[in-house]
Ligand binder design. Structure first.
Ligand code: TNX
Length: 600
């Protein structure tokens, strides 16, 4: 009970109106100074830009046209203008994502590198009204900003379930809006191979199709939905997405899983395995025993796949998976014991290391860098490999101490497939418990690391595994608002981060998501009952989101907008074991889950 009160009173004193918060920029910039006056947007606005900045200028132009019906003229030196100006490094040296945004009554000037200017534009967009207007003012400000980390990642598992090109673009747009810059695209797994590889057409002809999908968590007894599931991205679609992302300064890191999580590839080409005859694309979730055989032929096959992958993705990193590799089939095979003898290997993690390290040499030869899940540390890894720390933070800490770069994605803080509440009304999720505040308070630099070692932490990333997420509405529900919290973990200076300040600033983002029809999770109400005398209480209802209506019932029924509306704290009587249930409903009718408290 005590905690609930603390929470409630914290709300009453929320300093929403203080200066920094009233701008509601997320992630919080390094510094903001407000000056007197404002700049007026009107349909007569002009954008002028250095010639290298055409992509950014066009981006801003089409954004204004789409959301504000403002159609800027792009031409030089008119009195009222938004100027996008790239200061060359000769004039001043900028770090890669750094920018200055200066708003005066006469002009808006954004300076920085190409990426920095893009981020300056994102900040500018967040200063604009949420509703579509043709004329509006924004305050005169000077903002100087740069990120804390270079890897600001979001992952999406498109193997377990596939999402349209259109949705991937929306995902990238939302990432960019919060200055996230790395999209980790999980394209292959046991349940589906989703990237066209021209040299091996069966990978998609066979590997992208599963007979059916397990229904919810019906593992034992197994229940399937008897509905075939298939689909993949062809190379043209991938090129289109890569280009779209690059215009938004989002780098795509493709993941091709090996040697585990490869049953879909093995279903297509059974010779990739070394135990058993033939396998189907997996229809249930979990870790499959069906893994790649670590022979030179299979490694060659994967190098050929990677040739096509590298041609599609211009970024420096290729993700090779490497997680969860059961060794049963290796043990039972004839090839692996022979290979171990030949190479003098004594453990299965060393066998995996042989596979992964051979692939890494190939990637390096082609000018790429390899990243893999933290299991790749287990059998010995080269000093060039980067690690994604998912089984907690230990992998990342070990990597950094060892001089390997690491991206922090620990399950307890960064797994957006984990549930957002412990409430039984929460939609189906894999398990775990990762509420917004826990994401917000995640610190990627573990206390075990000294400043030199900390330099090896590239940043952090949220992973969105889709075993239990088959629709885009479900993805949005899991990602928002948690990605907004993560953006501040990876971008903002530690000293500029404060939870209640963030709660004040996120209000605007809730309204934006409402307006842009993003299916975010509406924060559930908190019911506070303060005992007055026996069975009499002061009832208070509040939530992280202001500007929603709360409705409640005391007869056990599910509250709806027809139930009693809560307006201010009141005194209510509840008999022993009587339930009070509440719901939050936003102005556009979006509902939170129902919460309840029992008088006991
Ligand atoms: C573990 S994270 C996996 C994924 C699952 C996920 C579910 C990782 C490297 N492997 O294959 O989808 O758990 O949370």
């Amino acid at each position: 009970m005590r905690n609930i009160f603390v929470f409630w009173f914290a709300f009453l004193f929320l300093p929403i109106e203080n200066k920094a918060q009233s701008f509601s920029i997320i992630p919080q910039p390094v510094s903001i100074e407000q000056q007197d006056g404002s700049f007026s947007f009107s349909p007569q606005i002009k954008i002028v830009f250095d010639k290298d900045e055409a992509v950014n200028a066009n981006y801003l132009n089409s954004y204004l046209a789409k959301y504000y019906l403002v159609r800027p003229l792009i031409q030089p030196n008119i009195k009222k203008y938004i100027a996008l100006r790239l200061l060359s490094s000769k004039q001043k040296s900028f770090s890669p994502d750094e920018y200055f945004l200066t708003i005066t009554p006469d002009s808006i000037v954004i300076t920085g590198t190409d990426a920095g200017i893009f981020y300056g534009i994102q900040t500018l967009l967040q200063l604009m009204p949420i509703e579509s207007k043709m004329q509006f003012d924004i305050p005169c400000l000077t903002i100087h900003d740069y990120p804390r980390f270079s890897w600001r990642g979001m992952h999406l598992d498109c193997s377990r379930h596939l999402f349209s090109v259109e949705f991937i673009k929306k995902y990238i747009d939302m990432m960019a809006y919060y200055k996230m810059n790395t999209f980790h695209w999980h394209l292959t797994d046991d349940q589906g191979w989703r990237i066209e590889i021209k040299q091996y057409p069966k990978l998609t002809e066979i590997g992208s199709r599963r007979k059916e999908t397990i229904v919810a968590k019906n593992f034992d007894p197994y229940i399937g939905d008897k509905t075939p599931y298939d689909g993949f991205y062809n190379q043209e679609q991938i090129k289109e997405i890569v280009k779209y992302a690059s215009q938004r300064h989002v780098n795509i890191v493709p993941e091709i899983e090996m040697p585990g999580h490869s049953q879909a590839a093995i279903a297509a080409y059974p010779e990739l395995a070394c135990y058993g005859m033939s396998y189907d694309v997996l229809t249930k979730w979990g870790v499959s025993d069906v893994v790649l055989c670590p022979t030179p032929e299979v490694i060659q096959f994967y190098e050929n796949i990677l040739d096509e992958v590298m041609a599609l993705f211009p970024g420096e990193y290729i993700h090779v998976g490497g997680d969860e590799v059961p060794d049963e089939h290796w043990e039972k095979s004839t090839q692996v014991p022979a290979l171990m003898k030949q190479l003098g290997l004594t453990t299965y993690p060393q066998v995996e290391a042989y596979f992964i390290n051979t692939i890494e040499k190939y990637l390096i030869l082609k000018g790429k860098k390899m990243i893999g899940w933290d299991e790749i540390l287990d059998g010995g890894v080269s000093s060039n490999a980067s690690i994604m720390s998912w089984r907690g933070t230990e992998g990342g800490i070990a990597a950094a101490k060892h001089g390997n770069y690491a991206v922090m994605t620990p399950g307890d803080y960064c797994y957006f497939d984990h549930c957002q509440s412990k409430n039984s009304m929460e939609p189906l999720c894999i398990g775990g418990f990762l509420p917004l505040e826990k994401v917000y308070n995640y610190e990627p630099i573990a206390s075990e690391l000294n400043p030199d070692q900390a330099n090896y932490i590239l940043g952090a990333q949220a992973n969105v595994w889709t075993e239990y997420l088959s629709t885009t509405d479900q993805i949005e529900y899991m990602v928002f608002p948690r990605m907004i919290a993560l953006s501040e973990v990876v971008w903002s200076q530690k000293s500029n981060k404060e939870w209640w300040n963030f709660v004040g600033r996120i209000q605007n983002q809730f309204e934006l998501m409402e307006f842009r029809k993003i299916n975010y999770r509406v924060p559930e109400p908190e019911i506070q009952l303060r005992p007055l005398e026996e069975n009499k209480f002061t009832l208070g209802i509040s939530s992280l989101k202001q500007n929603s209506d709360f409705y409640y019932t005391i007869d056990g029924s599910v509250p709806t907008s027809a139930s009693t509306k809560y307006s201010e704290s009141i005194v209510i009587a509840l008999t022993a074991n009587q339930k009070i249930r509440a719901i939050a409903i936003t102005k556009t009718g979006k509902k939170s889950i129902v919460v309840e408290t029992v008088n006991n």
